[in-house]
Design a protein around this ligand. Structure first.
Ligand SMILES: C[S@@+](CC[C@H](N)C(=O)[O-])C[C@H]1O[C@@H](n2cnc3c(N)ncnc32)[C@H](O)[C@@H]1O
Length: 251
């Protein structure tokens, strides 16, 4: 998994527990891949052998670099030896982070403050601290599983063709001030709601809130906020993560 702004790692399995089984599971806003990795773990060994909640997993992400980085990690092809040997510098950060490659996405996240792809994280650190912190951050990524069977797309969410008997999960960029998703592409929430409400397949999406009555709230959880200021008067700020559903069932 890539450390990613808006990452669902700590409660992905709780979200997935609320999404029914189907042949296909689509994560249309895949980002750092935490949801697909959790979906891959949704299998049990029952009386009749292994039961897999979703037979086929599909990951989509509009940001080419991020998509390529997930592809490389899940194929076991990301060159960690090369990454560890690199010296993070501010110049290289600004030069390389926008490259639409796995390396560009790596630099934009691992060399940036809060993995936000906004500013260089190691600026005020000594060379030794910089090196050690860099290695620590890479270590977390090295724990990514090998997932050779995930179908991957790098498209706008509306352009992914959804197969029969599917469930779709959308971790859209949240409607909060200064939430620049990594593509720096403006996200139109009203267009998304129109799209989700008019689908003939089940669509589930995460948000802090949605006042459109066409969607049902099916799960919520109080979690420490990661977007915007995390602390107010030195106290952790909490947000309620919510999961909404378009009300459509399969078959
Ligand atoms: C909240 S993040 C997803 C985080 C992810 N669930 C994780 O755990 O790492 C939203 C993602 O949607 C992507 N995105 C934004 N607009 C998109 C679009 N029109 N189609 C597909 N993906 C899009 C962004 O690049 C960003 O990676």
């Amino acid at each position: 998994m890539i450390p990613y702004l808006g990452c669902k790692q700590s409660f992905a399995s709780e979200i997935l527990a609320n999404i029914p089984a189907a042949d296909n599971f689509y994560d249309l806003f895949g980002g750092g891949g935490s949801v697909i990795e959790a979906a891959h773990r949704c299998r049990e060994n029952g009386l009749f052998g292994e039961w897999v909640k979703w037979k086929y997993l599909h990951y989509n992400e509009i940001n080419k670099g991020v998509c390529r980085l997930c592809r490389a990690l899940w194929a076991g092809r990301f060159d960690f030896k090369f990454a560890k040997a690199q010296e993070p510098t501010k110049e290289r950060y600004y030069e390389e982070r926008r490259k639409p490659t796995a390396w560009g996405a790596f630099v934009s996240m691992i060399w940036s403050f809060g993995n936000r792809d906004e500013s260089f994280i190691y600026a005020s650190k000594s060379n030794v601290m910089r090196h050690n912190e860099h290695l620590q951050r890479i270590k977390r990524m090295e724990k990514s599983p090998i997932l050779p069977d995930v179908e991957m797309y790098c498209k706008d969410y509306r352009d992914v063709k959804i197969a029969c008997n599917s469930v779709v999960y959308c971790d859209i960029p949240y409607q909060v001030k200064n939430n620049h998703c990594k593509t720096k592409i403006k996200f139109n929430h009203l267009d998304f709601y129109e799209w989700a409400a008019s689908r003939k397949f089940p669509v589930y999406f995460s948000e802090y809130d949605c006042f459109d009555k066409r969607f049902q709230l099916i799960w919520n959880k109080c979690v420490p906020a990661k977007i915007n200021r995390k602390y107010i008067n030195n106290k952790t700020l909490y947000k309620i993560e919510k999961l909404f559903w378009n009300g459509v069932k399969n078959g």
